[in-house]
Design a protein around this ligand. Sequence first.
Ligand code: C2E
Ligand code: CA
Ligand code: CA
Length: 847
Amino acid sequence: MRGRWEETTTAVRLWSFSLFSLALGCGLAGYAAFTLEAPVGQPFQIAWPALAVMFLIAEWLDVDIEVRKEAHTLTFTEFPLTLGLILATPGDLVIARLVVSAIALPLLRRRLDPVKVVFNAGIFGVDVGLALLVFHGLLGSSSPAQLDGWIAALGAVAVSHLVSAFLVATVMRIAGAPVTWRSEVGVIGVSLSAALAGCAVAIGASGALWRDDGGRSWVLLLLIGLAIGYFFVAYMRIRERHQDLATLHVFTTSLAAHRAADEMSATVASGLAEVMRAQQVVLLIPDGERISRVELRDGEIVSDESHHDVDDIDWASAIGLAGRQKTSGGDLPSIAGVTVSDSKNLITARLPLPQRTGLIVVSGRVSSVRAFDDEDVQLLETAAGHAAAALHNAQLVDHLGQEARFRAHQALHDEVTDLPNQRSLTEQLDGQLALGSRLVMLTVRINSLREVNETLGRNMGDEMLRQVAARLRPLGRRSWCARSGTDEFTVVVPGGQEEGDMLAERVIAAFEQPVLCHDVALAVTVGVGVALAPAHGIESEMLLRRASLAASRSLLDGTTVTTWASDRDPYDPHRLTIAADLRDAIPAGELQVHFQPQMDLATGLVTSAEALVRWRHPRLGELRPDQFIPAAENTGAIDALTIHVLTVAAETAAGWHGSGWDLDVAVNLSARNLANANFADDIAAVLDAAGLPPSSLTLELTESVVMTEAERALRTLQRLHDMGISLSIDDFGTGYSSLAHLRRLPVSEIKVDKSFVFDLTTSESDEVIVKSMIDLGHNLGLSVVVEGVETPEVRSRVGELGSDRLQGYLLSRPLPGPAFEHWLADRPIRLRGDAPQGRVINLDHRR
Ligand code: C2E
Ligand code: CA
Ligand code: CA
């Protein structure tokens, strides 16, 4: 913002300089008009009105060139000027030029302000006066029709042009335009060559007229002049459009990057200002119930999140106003807060967002020389289309992010007490244990919770938990506390037995007084259990279980504090064996692969199956993957496991292909697999041996795997993709951070996590999130699978939301190979060969 004082001085300086130019121009022109005689031997003289008309036409056929946001106007006045020098009296030439500048031009260009009129009159005076003086000085007493005349004319035009260009540049600097002498040299270079060209043409024309005595060549010259002028103007317009398209291209590519919604709207606003060469851009962006208004003005972004009532705005007339010549400014004093003072200097366009249309208002052309026209409206509409798509994507990403952050907090915190939950406790412990810290785990089990819940109600029970949490939280500066179970809290402090004893004492003391729940005093009996790291274990899960066991022991024995001891733990040996047994499980044939079908929603055909591993443990019975996959990952057995599953899956799928079924198969990967440099080669070998084409295999990775920045993992993914294998993001939506990565990765599919799907038809937020994920996936060109579909209601909702495929218990649970094929028998299956898509074929006869 410039201060008032500064503005005043600028105005004063502008006026002074303009008046100075006027004085100079009048002086030079007057002196030339009164002292100079017409050149010798003129065959005839062009009268001043004819010259004035020519000047007017030349001014009218102007062309804008823009240098650093400042408009410069190129005219063809050198043509009549040169003609006048050679074929008119100096007095007539001066009069013609000044009539145009003083009367005709201000009328022609309604927008010129007084200081400009004064300055232009001065410039014209300088121009014509200097030209006459230089011309006659160089010509002396020679005839203008000779070579001397040509040189004199060219010299006169060059000098007068340079001097007036210098004056123009000076006045622009005074006005505060960012003109540098360097940029000015470029502009003057162009305009000077145009001036000399105009002069040369005029010399030629006057030569013809001179010999012809002003006969018929007039008409011809006029036509040629008009045609050249017309083509030049047309060329400049085309060039301008071309530049517009180039800036539009830059704009659309700038939208490709992932950004948060507010950042994206700022990018859109400034990009549009650039494309439309406008000073002010206002966006009204609807997002659900909210509408945000983003304004770019003089390079600064102001955004406003408040609720704008869009319906108040008369959209139809706002849009009808776009680029029109007639203004209805009376009915519509402002659009989206932009004052409609001059409808030619303001255009609007719809912002076609899918749910609700927004609005773009663009005003304040940077160069005030030419207003917006129909082609600008078209350009803005095109840009608006791109902007809407980018804004929509950014909004989707934002929603997902908010939801994911909310869920992340929920996932790691207990709803009732807002303390960290079991999962977050384990994660924190793992971190500490990995550093080899000495830690005390102290578990506090509440004896009376169930009783309170049953006799006084859940509300009272919850309040009691909150009160207990409030007493445990401040126990020690270096301690932290989590809710580790329904009736259980765990406090962790650094240290050993001694610290454990001290902490236990404080815990017991904390519950000597009853807790107050909704004005009822409740006595809380607790049992405390202590486990120590590393003395009692170095794995969080084991340590927590031991502390918990010890706490139960305390309650059972009626003692207050128990420290874990191995001779009293009944569970231990079992678990330790899993990791050890896993090594022999594959050779022993204990690992099996089950298959769960996926159905294409558009055709209703079964198109693929996911391979899921099972372990039939000789002593522990059937184990679920989550009971042994982590152990496999930790012990390094995961590579053998994955290759085993893959081998079985590939062989089975090749068998399906043999039966004429076009079924793909999906196999789950672990992050560890990608760290193995030979992994891609191993997969290629397995596919080769089984005779399964790579295009029939999908590998599923979780978002955390995809998040990895490890170069080797990314290289492996790229190689797998290059081999023709599809990559799918499993459990999509449970980790937000990978979204930005998605574009960088050769992924072709996302699998919406089942946790969002179970309550799809009852939870509005789940529905919004699933829809966002499906839309986002499609916008990124990915196909979308929804897993965990258990009911027909969810199935039809998932179809309406646009998912490509589904998987879930509704279709079938994971089944062993033979059972899966049996299941397939009376289902429509996608067939190999030329079977038309979407036709249902009964396969019963195959069996
Ligand atoms: P996942 O990849 O998300 O697999 C889907 C899991 O959801 C499977 O559990 C499947 O039985 C279950 N599921 C499918 N439809 C429904 C449904 O409609 N409702 C419900 N409630 N559940 C459904 P599963 O087989 O216990 O597998 C658990 C996880 O173990 C898998 O999750 C996957 O991450 C991992 N896993 C399974 N097999 C392998 C394997 O061969 N290698 C690796 N690395 N991980 C595996
Ligand atoms: Ca999976
Ligand atoms: Ca999954």
